[in-house]
Every structure is written in structure tokens, then in C-alpha cells.
Write a protein that binds this ligand. Structure first.
Ligand SMILES: Cc1cc2nc3c(=O)[nH]c(=O)nc-3n(C[C@H](O)[C@H](O)[C@H](O)COP(=O)(O)OP(=O)(O)OC[C@H]3O[C@@H](n4cnc5c(N)ncnc54)[C@H](O)[C@@H]3O)c2cc1C
Ligand SMILES: *[C@@H]1O[C@H](CO)[C@@H](O)[C@H](O)[C@H]1NC(C)=O
Ligand SMILES: *[C@@H]1O[C@H](CO)[C@@H](O)[C@H](O)[C@H]1NC(C)=O
Ligand SMILES: *[C@@H]1O[C@H](CO)[C@@H](O)[C@H](O)[C@H]1NC(C)=O
Ligand SMILES: *[C@@H]1O[C@H](CO)[C@@H](O)[C@H](O)[C@H]1NC(C)=O
Ligand SMILES: *[C@@H]1O[C@H](CO)[C@@H](O)[C@H](O)[C@H]1NC(C)=O
Ligand SMILES: *[C@@H]1O[C@H](CO)[C@@H](O)[C@H](O)[C@H]1NC(C)=O
Ligand SMILES: *[C@@H]1O[C@H](CO)[C@@H](O)[C@H](O)[C@H]1NC(C)=O
Ligand SMILES: *[C@@H]1O[C@H](CO)[C@@H](O)[C@H](O)[C@H]1NC(C)=O
Ligand SMILES: *[C@@H]1O[C@H](CO)[C@@H](O)[C@H](O)[C@H]1NC(C)=O
Ligand SMILES: *[C@@H]1O[C@H](CO)[C@@H](O)[C@H](O)[C@H]1NC(C)=O
Length: 624
């Protein structure tokens, strides 16, 4: 009764706020679910699809989410009904891609060889309904044997059912079904998340990849967000390469990640998101003007500065899979800047360790001025234990809205030092007349799906670079990590929003000068105990050193380690308390969950091997 009342109320709100001529692909009214869609299910099952807030007492008090071995796992007819109401878009027990490598009906050695060859490319994973680019977080239960021998192929941390959603109502029905049955719900876009937050054993997954529409809005005005200018309304499945191209064709650019296949309108934008344009315009989340969202109650709403303002605040930085499932995002559009970029590298091979490190040390002096000038740099420090050689890769130095001369002038102080040290390198500084071409030429596709590594991160604030002593201390700590065989990836950027928007973005981003990542690796054949020990020692060792020299700073929630201690403070800083309060209010029954998401402390995945991955039941912590 209560949900019926709510729905009537909601329906009238949505009717009255609907614009005169909604596009054909526009909002599905709440009543469409109740009047035309749900009646397609057998009458004894319609309650599984009804919107509303409270699941049954049984679900509210059960220790774990509902699993196939439980008596109240939905019947086959319930899953069939879900398939029917979602226009036959339910995928049942989708096989892991590497099934083609193992005995069984899908065995196909040729396809297995193909998959093995392309395993490290993101292109062979985002197209799949379940695959995530962190197999370590999946539980490594079905891998191409020549990449990693999983001895067998089981679904492990992959979901049992996937809705291949293309319309908001598919998402509403999935959310309602999960909430009303107690089945675990996950959301997958591309699967890029470093922590594997798009997976969950035996879950129902909503796959948002096919929300691909992009609409150009010439003039969008929102006074309280201080924005009056062009915008794009983008489906949440849109990836970096798609929005950049579309924006370029309209003479614009948008803030998005460097990685070409990242789902910039999904986990990226809700999690904050850093970009080659971040030193100019802030984080991804700072660009959002409006979200279309399905809430935990199954409502389809618009969250913006005047409507559902608390969801709007929380979803700009609070992280994916926490407050709702977005179906579209409206973001600011910027001019398509001319851009100057440079890629180069040098190694310790001929010059020796001390000279090599002096070269790295001299670069640290440029971090504040370069970030303040609006530039971005992405560089790596790669150790090689076999040869004892270190490599520095600038990949790239990226200067949007800068001429060749301006860029050379910025790099000159450091290049002079490198010259004085006798370090030779070929900087190939190139000017492009637009962002899109500069981006395409400067960022090679990265390797994904590593089997024996995890990355952890730290946002080193301005305070770490303000004095020579502080710069020396920071440099010593980076060097120590290289000497401890950590692969390091660094971004010299600032992430200040010039419009100073109030949102849930990690307060540590606002102080950032160096966003730093280091990875721990372990023997591929290590036992679970060994791996866990190595990963824990990494957190208490090399990562703790980085935390110790940056007290109160944070880490980036989408490029982090599941073992990050005190993750609420690390991922959201002083925003965390408010986010937890909003989570309790907006999703009191934890319909949405992802490991290390806001409020996720109340739940734990009991993985079969005890490692931090998705291969196990999700249960309440207080039920232990
Ligand atoms: C090669 C590579 C390059 C990268 N480059 C960058 C970069 O330049 N800048 C940067 O900031 N990050 C970068 N990242 C990290 C990236 O931002 C995160 O992996 C991010 O989580 C990707 O979002 P996604 O939606 O594509 O991925 P997914 O893994 O599919 O989703 C991530 C999280 O968001 C949730 N989610 C996704 N869509 C929605 C939705 N519509 N509504 C609600 N929840 C949703 C998922 O449930 C999951 O919890 C990179 C990662 C990789 C692997
Ligand atoms: C939906 O059904 C209700 C009651 O059955 C009716 O009052 C309402 O007009 C219907 N709405 C639409 C959009 O069909
Ligand atoms: C619903 O009804 C169908 C027959 O129409 C029956 O097969 C099914 O078992 C019923 N389901 C439940 C959950 O009662
Ligand atoms: C492989 O997985 C199947 C299905 O879970 C299981 O029955 C079998 O015991 C497993 N085999 C090995 C060798 O682990
Ligand atoms: C998912 O839906 C899209 C769009 O309808 C379709 O092209 C694609 O083949 C579907 N994928 C799967 C695995 O069913
Ligand atoms: C927010 O969305 C609502 C509902 O679509 C709309 O009526 C309102 O104008 C929007 N607010 C702004 C500032 O655009
Ligand atoms: C440089 O340092 C590495 C690691 O600390 C070491 O293995 C290597 O031998 C050193 N190289 C030289 C030339 O001293
Ligand atoms: C881009 O450069 C022009 C010319 O120097 C300057 O006026 C403008 O403010 C710059 N834009 C940004 C966003 O910094
Ligand atoms: C310099 O970089 C540009 C753009 O990436 C590339 O096209 C060109 O071939 C490079 N030149 C040299 C000499 O490497
Ligand atoms: C990690 O695995 C790769 C192969 O996938 C291997 O080359 C590398 O040596 C492994 N690292 C360690 C530390 O075992
Ligand atoms: C892993 O492989 C190495 C080298 O082949 C071997 O020395 C080691 O004993 C193996 N470890 C385990 C746990 O099998």
C-alpha cells in the first residue's frame, strides 16, 4: 500500500516536472513500469518488481545476501519473469571468456589462443558482460592457462545473471528485483576499476555498457553551479574515445580520463576522476550538471542542483554503485584547445644510479610550477631486478592550451639540470591544434588484467613540495620504493575546480600536486597465505612510508588497493561522515554495495581463499 502511494506520488512529481517534449529516448515514467511492464510478469510474481523502499523482514535480518543454495533464492520462473519484463535482456550464467580454454561445451583451442594473445588489452574485456580488468579481484577462477593456470573454469567472483540494459526501466526492474529478493546487486560498466568493484559472486549485475547516446546541448544554464555554456548529455556507457571524438566534432573537449576505453560517464565520473585537463578544470565529478538516476527504491529521477540535491551532491565524487545507478550524465563542454605534448625516457644503464636519481630529483622541483601552469604529466619509474637498471618514462608531458614555446619554457629549468648531469634524452615536443589529436598521439593503450600485482595510491599534497627539505624527503621515498622493486606510476596534476563547486570529491584532491601509485607483485604460483602476507607487508611497509610523510592526505578510490587502511578517510577525507549519513538515508537496506564504497564497512565478502576478492558470499559484519 505504502509503495503504491509513493508511486502515485512519484508519478505525479515526474509528470509535472517533465519537459514539454521529452526525446523518444528520454525518461521512462514511473507509471510505465507499473502500468505496462510489470503486468507482463505472472501475477504471483509481480511483487518482485514493485518499487518501494523496504524489503521483507526476512531479507532485512538475514546474515548474508541470498545465494543459490538458499531456500529463498529466486525460482527459475522468477528469473524467467525478470527476463520477460526486461525485454528478454537477461543473460543467464554468462560463461567467463576463458571457458574456451577448458574442457566443456565451449572448448575451442583457437579462440583460447586468440584470447591469450589479447588478454592484456582492455578491448578484449570491456565488451564482455562480466569480465573485469582486475582478475586478482575476481578470484582468478577462469584464466587462459598460458597467462595463469587456474586449473579449471568456474564463475568465481562473476555474477550469475546480467541485465544487458539499454533503457532506464531495465535498471529499475533489476534494482527492484534485487531489493525485493535479497540477491546481491552489482553494476558493471567497462570493468576498469582497479579494485574490481563491478563483480560479485552469484550476483545480479546491471550492465550499463550499451547506454551509448550522446546529445550536444548548445546552451545549458545553471546559476547555482555558475555554468552557462555548452554541455553534453551522455549515456553512462560512453567511453573516453567516444566522447572525445564526439566533442571534437562539435569543436569542444570534455574532462575525461587518459585511458581510451575507460567508462568516463560511469565509475570514473562518480568516483572523482582525473584527466589530462584536470589541472585546468578540476576532476571529472566537478563537470557534472545533472544525472539521471535509478535510486535504491527503484525510482527514476533527475538529480541536479534543484532536484534530489543530496543524491546530486553524493554522486559527484562519492563513488559508483553506492547511491544509485546513473543512466545518463550531463557534463560541461570546453573549447577544443590546441595542445603541446612530449614523450621521452632515460635509464640508469649508462649513467649509473646516482646520476639517474639526481635527474629524477631535479624534476621534483618543477611539480608545483607545472601543475599551477595547468599542465599534466604522466610518468613511470620502472625497476628491473634482473639487470639492476631503472627507467624513467615521460608518457606524456601534456600541456593543454599551451604553445610550443610556452611548453618549452616550462620544461627548460628541468631540462637544463638534466643536461648538466649529462643525461641524454629526446623530448620530441610536438604541438597539436586540438585536444583530440594530442590525446590520441600521446597516450598508448595500457596493459590490463595483471595476474600477480596490485596497485595502491597516494595523493601527495602541495605541502610535500613547498620546501627543498620536503622535496628531498618525497624523492627519497620514491627512490626507496623503486629500490624495493615497486613499479611506480605518477601524475603531476592539481585538481582544483576553478568554480569551487561543493560536492563529494575527496578533499585530498584539492591539495594534490603528485598523484602517486606503486604496485606490489608476488610470485605467480604463490600460495594464498604467501600472497596475503606480501600484500599486507606492502601496506605496512612501502605504502605506510608514503602515508607517514603525507599525514591527512588521501588515496584515489578508483585506483587503489582493497587493503587500503581506513579507506573512508583516505578516499573522501572530510566528506566521509556526511557521505555515510547520506548512504544510510538514501539506501538504508544496502541495495547497492561495492567493496570499499561509502558505508561498505557493514558488509564483508567471505572469499573462498581468504584473499581480498569477490569470490565468496557477501555477509553482514555484525552477523559474524
Ligand atoms: C587502463 C586504465 C586507465 C585508467 N585511466 C584513468 C584516468 O586517466 N583517470 C582516472 O581517473 N581513472 C583512470 N582509470 C581508473 C578508472 O577511472 C576506474 O577504473 C573507474 O572505476 C572506471 O569506471 P568504469 O565505469 O569504466 O568501470 P567499472 O569497473 O565498470 O565500474 C567502476 C565502479 O563504478 C560503478 N559504476 C559504473 N557505472 C555506474 C553507473 N552508471 N551507476 C552507478 N555505478 C556505476 C561500478 O559498479 C563499479 O563499482 C583507469 C583505469 C584503467 C584500467
Ligand atoms: C496507470 O494506471 C493508473 C491506475 O490503473 C491510471 O490511473 C493511470 O492513468 C495510468 N497511467 C498511465 C500513464 O497509463
Ligand atoms: C507462480 O505461478 C506459476 C503458474 O502460473 C507457478 O508455476 C509458479 O510456481 C508460481 N510461483 C510462485 C513463486 O508461487
Ligand atoms: C572444477 O570445477 C567443477 C565445477 O565447480 C568442480 O566440480 C570440479 O571439482 C573442479 N575441478 C578441479 C580439479 O578443481
Ligand atoms: C547487449 O545489447 C546490445 C544492444 O542491444 C547488443 O548489441 C549486444 O549484442 C548484447 N550483448 C549480449 C551479450 O547479449
Ligand atoms: C533539474 O531537473 C528538473 C527535473 O528534470 C528540472 O525541472 C530542473 O529545471 C532542473 N534544474 C536545473 C537547474 O536545471
Ligand atoms: C643500482 O641499484 C640497483 C638496485 O638498488 C642495483 O641492483 C644495481 O646494481 C645498482 N647499479 C649500479 C651500477 O650500481
Ligand atoms: C587558454 O589560453 C588563453 C590564452 O593564453 C587564455 O586566455 C585562457 O584563459 C586559457 N584558458 C584556460 C582554461 O586556462
Ligand atoms: C614526435 O612525436 C610526434 C607525435 O607523437 C610523432 O608523430 C613523430 O613521429 C615524433 N618524431 C620523432 C622523431 O620521433
Ligand atoms: C608475475 O607474472 C608474470 C607473468 O604473468 C611474470 O613474468 C613475473 O615474473 C611475475 N612476477 C613475479 C614477482 O613472480
Ligand atoms: C613457484 O615456482 C618456483 C619456481 O618455479 C618454485 O621455486 C616454487 O617452489 C614454487 N612455489 C610454489 C608455492 O609452488
Amino acid at each position: 500500500m505504502e509503495s503504491k502511494l509513493r508511486s502515485t506520488l512519484m508519478a505525479s512529481i515526474l509528470w509535472t516536472t517533465a519537459t514539454a517534449a521529452p526525446p523518444a529516448s528520454g525518461p521512462i515514467k514511473y507509471t510505465d513500469l507499473l502500468n505496462s511492464t510489470i503486468p507482463n510478469a505472472p501475477t504471483n510474481l509481480t511483487n518482485l518488481f514493485l518499487p518501494g523502499l523496504a524489503p521483507s523482514e526476512l531479507i532485512q535480518s538475514s546474515a548474508c545476501k541470498v545465494y543459490p543454495e538458499d531456500a529463498n533464492w529466486p525460482s527459475d520462473s522468477a528469473w524467467e519473469a525478470l527476463n520477460k519484463v526486461t525485454d528478454n535482456r537477461l543473460l543467464t550464467r554468462p560463461s567467463p571468456q576463458a571457458s574456451v580454454c577448458y574442457d566443456g561445451p565451449l572448448y575451442d583451442p583457437e579462440k583460447c589462443a586468440e584470447l591469450t594473445a589479447t588478454w592484456s588489452s582492455s578491448y578484449s574485456h570491456y565488451i564482455d558482460p562480466v569480465e573485469m580488468m582486475s582478475p586478482v579481484a575476481q578470484g582468478m577462477t577462469c584464466m587462459p592457462p598460458n597467462v595463469f593456470d587456474s586449473h579449471n573454469c568456474t564463475r568465481g567472483g562473476f555474477p550469475a545473471y546480467v541485465i544487458n540494459a539499454t533503457e532506464p526501466k531495465h535498471v529499475q526492474l533489476g534494482v527492484n528485483f534485487a531489493r525485493n529478493t535479497g540477491v546481491r546487486l552489482v553494476v558493471k560498466n567497462t570493468g576498469h576499476d582497479f579494485l574490481g568493484k563491478s563483480g560479485g559472486k552469484d550476483a545480479l549485475s546491471i550492465w550499463t555498457h550499451h547506454f551509448k547516446s550522446i546529445e550536444y546541448i548548445e546552451e545549458y544554464t545553471d546559476e547555482s553551479l555558475k555554468w552557462s555554456g555548452p554541455a553534453f548529455k551522455s549515456g553512462v556507457g560512453v567511453q573516453a574515445f567516444e566522447i572525445y571524438k564526439f566533442a571534437h566534432e562539435k569543436g569542444h573537449s570534455v574532462v575525461g580520463g587518459e585511458g581510451e576505453t575507460v567508462g568516463v560517464m560511469g565509475g570514473y565520473i562518480q568516483g572523482g576522476g582525473h584527466s589530462p585537463l584536470t589541472s585546468l578544470y578540476g576532476t571529472g565529478a566537478d563537470q557534472v550538471l545533472s544525472f539521471d538516476v535509478i535510486t535504491a527504491a527503484g525510482d527514476f529521477i533527475t538529480a541536479n542542483s534543484t532536484s534530489y540535491t543530496d543524491i546530486f551532491w553524493a554522486m559527484r565524487g562519492g563513488g559508483g554503485s553506492t547511491f544509485g545507478v546513473a543512466t545518463s550524465v550531463t557534463v560541461k563542454a570546453f573549447p577544443d584547445h590546441p595542445t603541446t605534448a612530449s614523450r621521452f625516457s632515460f635509464t640508469s644503464e649508462k649513467i649509473g644510479n646516482e646520476t639517474f636519481w639526481a635527474g629524477v630529483r631535479s624534476y621534483v622541483d618543477s611539480f608545483i610550477p607545472n601543475a599551477d601552469a595547468g599542465t599534466y604529466s604522466y610518468f613511470t619509474l620502472i625497476p628491473n631486478v634482473w639487470t639492476g637498471i631503472f627507467t624513467f618514462n615521460m608518457s606524456p608531458f601534456f600541456a593543454p592550451n599551451k604553445t610550443l614555446e610556452e611548453t618549452k619554457a616550462l620544461l627548460q629549468p628541468w631540462f637544463t639540470e638534466l643536461g648538466n648531469l649529462g643525461i641524454t634524452f629526446d623530448p620530441n615536443i610536438t604541438h597539436f591544434d586540438n585536444y583530440y589529436d594530442a590525446w590520441r598521439s600521446s597516450f598508448p593503450l595500457e596493459v590490463v588484467s595483471k595476474v600477480n600485482a596490485t596497485t595502491s595510491s597516494r595523493m601527495f599534497p602541495r605541502a610535500n613540495f613547498e620546501t627543498a627539505d620536503k622535496r628531498e624527503e618525497l624523492y627519497q621515498n620514491l627512490r626507496q620504493s623503486s629500490e624495493n622493486n615497486r613499479v611506480q606510476v605518477h601524475f603531476n596534476i592539481k585538481a582544483v575546480d576553478p568554480l569551487n563547486t561543493d560536492n563529494a570529491v575527496n578533499s585530498a584532491w584539492r591539495e594534490n600536486i603528485l598523484f602517486a601509485q606503486q604496485a606490489v607483485r608476488w610470485p605467480v604460483n604463490g600460495t594464498a597465505e604467501e600472497i596475503l602476507r606480501i600484500r599486507q607487508e606492502f601496506q605496512t611497509g612501502d605504502m605506510q612510508r608514503w602515508r607517514d610523510i603525507s599525514p591527512g592526505a588521501g588515496a584515489y578510490l578508483a585506483e587503489a588497493d582493497r587493503l587500503e587502511p581506513n579507506f573512508g578517510q583516505a578516499f573522501w577525507g572530510d566528506k566521509y561522515d556526511k557521505l555515510v549519513e547520506l548512504k544510510r538515508k538514501l539506501d538504508p537496506y544496502d541495495v547497492f554495495f561495492a567493496t570499499t564504497s561509502v558505508g561498505s564497512e557493514r558488509w564483508k565478502v567471505h572469499s573462498v581463499d581468504g584473499l581480498p576478492n569477490e569470490n565468496g558470499k557477501l555477509c553482514r559484519v555484525d552477523a559474524e
